[in-house]
Ligand binder design. Structure first.
Ligand SMILES: Cc1ncc(COP(=O)(O)O)c(C=O)c1O
Length: 471
């Protein structure tokens, strides 16, 4: 425990030390069994006589708060319960905007037998052995400097090569910025291209964390409906500076933005001098048709920023993603990134570089894609065969979830009962809408659902939808 002495405090040095240690014990900051800093060390650090510190420790011993042990050292004794600390001090309050932000809480700590929430990935498919080797090789000592804010060049080159091969996104390493996930990429771009009060368009329904993120920048966020071809371009407000879309696999409906709609969106952006943020968050897991050409590739004006993430392919532990920017924006995005948190963690970058460049990532993707595709096929079959009348799954060619619409879907408050009665965690479709009159339904995430659990999970889900309580 760090102890302090305030020279302006009218209390004596011993009184100040005594009260700090007592407060720590009473509040639970120091717990039974914790060792106190040796008197010699305290005296040297605070530049006071050792006898003053000994006096404090002797008093605490006499009062039964600590004890000296034979092998040396003073330890906190189990004694009275910590004194409740009362209401926390409340001098500071967030701004009204910050206070209005909602946590998109998937309650990661909640456990249930079947986790059907979207955004999960299967830990059993994680390339643990290869990742361990890459992390161990990267942990060669402390980094001596922060590094390039855009990410180290080897990693940017590896990402540029990989997305060039897998998605036809042709860009040099100087256009790639490594981020802490897709949301961080949206954050950086927004800082560079929008000012508080600017209009920003998002899809409705859409990805709630990005809605809150854009709001946190003071943007005037306008949800724009999505139809069977993607975002309805004619409904985008003419003043929009940024348009955030998920064209490969609309979140959450799964719609693939039609080629004609992509062209229309780019024409619209050109006519309104707007930027398009293309979030390609789960394109690695494409189960059926070939992907359409990304907006980034179709763009002739330098208006599209392409965003990718490792959250689906490697899970949350790596917490990494990237953006690909038109060359004109690269210096500003890099400068902003440095201002915010300087650079991506060097250890993660080195490990990720080794994983991709060493071919492990490619092998992992092939294996995971095959496993998830099998699981998805099984899930589709089960849902089609067993969902009660009125419910139907929307077509989805990619990703790790399917969306089911059904006007009879129980209210969101009833989802807790689903967990309690049937051991199933599920994400509501309504929560992905910002405006009223959302469509009823739910997302069935299969990332966290082992294939063997598909049938029992869907049995429980269908029973719940039919109003059955387990006996
Ligand atoms: C639309 C969308 N974008 C991005 C992500 C991933 O974001 P991040 O990379 O910040 O974890 C998700 C995760 O489910 C998503 O649904």
């Amino acid at each position: 425990m760090e102890l302090f002495l305030d020279p302006d405090d009218p209390r004596s040095n011993t009184r100040q030390l005594y009260e700090q240690i007592r407060d720590a014990i009473d509040s639970g900051g120091l717990e039974p069994g914790d060792r106190l800093t040796p008197t010699r060390t305290v005296a040297a650090e605070l530049r006071i006589a050792r006898s003053s510190v000994t006096e404090v420790y002797e008093r605490l011993t006499a009062e039964g708060h600590i004890e000296g042990r034979a092998g040396g050292g003073s330890f906190v004794l189990a004694g009275a319960d910590p004194v409740p600390s009362g209401p926390p001090p409340a001098a500071l309050e967030p701004t009204p905007l910050a206070a209005s932000l909602r946590r998109y809480d998937q309650r990661p700590e909640t456990v249930a037998r079947f986790d059907l929430r979207s955004g999960r990935v299967d830990p059993a498919l994680f390339p643990t052995a290869a990742w361990r080797r890459c992390v161990a090789a990267a942990a060669h000592g402390p980094a001596t400097h922060h590094g390039d804010p855009a990410g180290n060049e080897d990693l940017r080159a590896a990402i540029a090569h990989w997305i060039g091969m897998s998605r036809g996104v042709t860009a040099g390493p100087e256009q790639v910025v490594v981020t802490s996930g897709a949301a961080h990429a949206v954050d950086l771009v927004t800082r560079v291209l929008a000012e508080p009060g600017d209009v920003v368009a998002i899809e409705e329904p859409g990805y709630p964390p990005v809605h809150e993120l854009l709001r946190s920048h003071g943007a005037d966020v306008v949800p724009v409906p999505v139809d069977d071809d993607g975002i309805v371009v004619d409904a985008i407000p003419p003043a929009a500076r940024l348009v955030y879309v998920t064209p490969s696999h609309q979140y959450p409906l799964g719609v693939v933005m039609a080629r004609s709609r992509r062209a229309q969106l780019l024409r619209w952006a050109g006519a309104h001098n707007a930027a398009v943020l293309e979030d390609d968050y789960d394109t690695e897991f494409r189960h059926t048709a070939r992907p359409l050409e990304p907006l980034f590739r179709m763009d002739r004006d330098g208006r599209v920023i392409y965003i990718g993430t490792f959250s689906k392919t490697l899970g949350a532990a790596v917490r990494a993603g990237f953006l690909v920017t038109p060359p004109t924006l690269a210096p500003a995005i890099t400068a902003v990134r440095q201002a915010v948190d300087w650079c991506p963690p060097p250890l993660i970058q080195d490990a990720l570089t080794a994983l991709i460049a060493g071919g492990h990532f490619g092998r992992h993707l092939r294996r995971a894609r095959a496993a998830y595709s099998r699981r998805r096929d099984r899930l589709c079959r089960e849902l089609r065969a067993r969902l009660p009348a009125g419910y139907h799954p929307l077509p989805a060619q990619a990703g790790l979830h399917l969306t089911v619409v059904g006007p009879g879907t129980p209210p969101d408050a009833a989802f807790d009962g689903l967990a309690e009665d049937h051991g199933i965690l599920l994400s509501s479709l309504r929560r992905t809408y910002q405006r009223r009159h959302p469509r009823d339904g739910f997302l069935v995430g299969f990332g966290g659902l082992p294939t063997a659990d598909v049938t029992p999970a869907i049995t429980g889900l269908c029973a719940w939808l039919s109003g059955e309580r387990p006996r």
